[in-house]
Design a protein around this ligand. Structure first.
Ligand code: BGC
Length: 365
């Protein structure tokens, strides 16, 4: 699995605040000169310029997604005989910076903007700019409200259905309970005592996952008791700090740790290890994440996580690039990507446990 490689980009200061990270398709440009054009595109269709703004380039999931996007762009350049320029910008958690980055994409003549919104409830400035300059936008990963997406016919969203991920996280726990209830229900009271680590307040994925995981466990007949929950903003260090406090407060009463993503699940693992609990011991709780990032998969492999749910970064990246190409060229999307309501591409989530880890790793290659 490829990792996001920061050293690959040049950092350029722009007139508008924020840092711009340029990742120009130079390798592709060389390729194009080397192989000729194949003659099937007119001049305008020989290049595709996509501006990408990440809400935070240090987010593990988002950086992996962008890394897949870069690999896929290289593959498509070869396949199509075109030059694909991906320009990456880090909004650094500021909606204002991201709005300015949209201006840059427009001024610099980009065909499409891919926006990983900082604030999913504050998309209007970007939408207004896109509309008035006729630059289509593919929003990704941080889902905006439907009403905003409907404000113009050249606005799209690529992501996944958050409800499914919570449900699958619940299914992993339920399947384990069916096989091994007494191992999970350490105090033998028939109730699963859990702590929850949530992503950002107001983020669609964290709200929906937190709700649907519990619904799934209880719908399948298991009783749960929430010991506590805290927001850890998708972040490993914040989650480790919260988990440290949970351990101080509840100690071995914690039977299950439900985290809205892998980084926070790994933060919990860090705190458990720091408190002297061995991941192979009876005291280790069932820890579950969502994403299937490369570090998440390693933790499933070594038994620190009971399981995780694949948030298909590879599929989402490929969907974004195919959609960008089809918008820019007026061509059809490949069959494997369905455009729901003319606006949404949603990739399915998948359960990941030790049992299917090898298969998932193959798919992600
Ligand atoms: C992912 C998280 C990520 C967040 C960022 C979620 O879908 O599961 O890992 O931090 O998106 O928006």
């Amino acid at each position: 699995m490829k990792r996001f490689c920061r050293g690959h980009y040049g950092m350029v200061r722009r007139k508008n605040a924020g840092i711009k990270i340029a990742a120009l398709g130079t390798a592709a440009a060389l390729l194009l000169t080397g192989c000729g054009t194949g003659g099937s595109h007119d001049e305008k269709n020989k290049s595709l310029k996509i501006g990408i703004s990440m809400y935070d380039q240090y987010d593990t999931f988002v950086s992996e997604l962008v890394s897949y996007l870069q690999s896929y762009a290289k593959q498509k350049e070869k396949e199509l005989g075109i030059t694909i320029t991906l320009e990456l910008q880090n909004a650094n958690n500021s909606q204002m910076v991201q709005n300015d980055q949209m201006d840059d994409f427009i001024e610099d003549g980009f065909d499409i903007a891919c926006i990983n919104l900082v604030d999913r409830t504050d998309a209007s400035t970007i939408i207004d700019k896109a509309k008035s300059s006729d630059v289509p936008v593919i929003f990704f990963n941080r889902e905006l409200v439907k009403e905003d997406l409907e404000r113009w016919d050249k606005l799209y969203y690529v992501g996944a259905d958050a409800f499914e991920s919570g449900k699958m996280q619940g299914q992993i726990l339920v399947e384990e309970c069916k096989k091994n209830f007494s191992k999970i229900d350490k105090n033998g009271d028939g109730i699963l005592q859990y702590v929850m680590l949530e992503g950002e307040a107001g983020h669609n994925d964290s709200m929906v996952r937190s709700m649907s995981v519990i619904n799934e466990i209880t719908d399948r007949g298991y009783m749960v008791k929430k010991l506590t929950d805290e927001i850890a903003n998708w972040n490993r260090d914040q989650a480790a700090n919260k988990m440290k406090q949970f351990i101080e407060q509840f100690g071995n009463d914690i039977e299950v740790v439900l985290a809205n993503n892998d980084d926070m699940a790994l933060g919990a693992v860090d705190a458990l290890k720091a408190s002297g609990i061995d991941s192979g011991s009876d005291k280790w709780p069932a820890v579950l994440g969502v994403d299937g990032t490369s570090v998440g998969l390693d933790a499933v492999e070594n038994g620190e996580l009971l399981g995780t749910v694949l948030n298909d970064a590879k599929g989402q990246a490929e969907g974004m690039l195919e959609l960008a190409y089809s918008i820019a060229n007026g061509t059809k999307l490949p069959k494997e990507f369905e455009l729901l309501d003319g606006k949404y591409i949603r990739l399915p989530y998948k359960i990941i446990t030790r049992d299917n880890l090898a298969e998932i790793r193959m798919e992600l290659m």
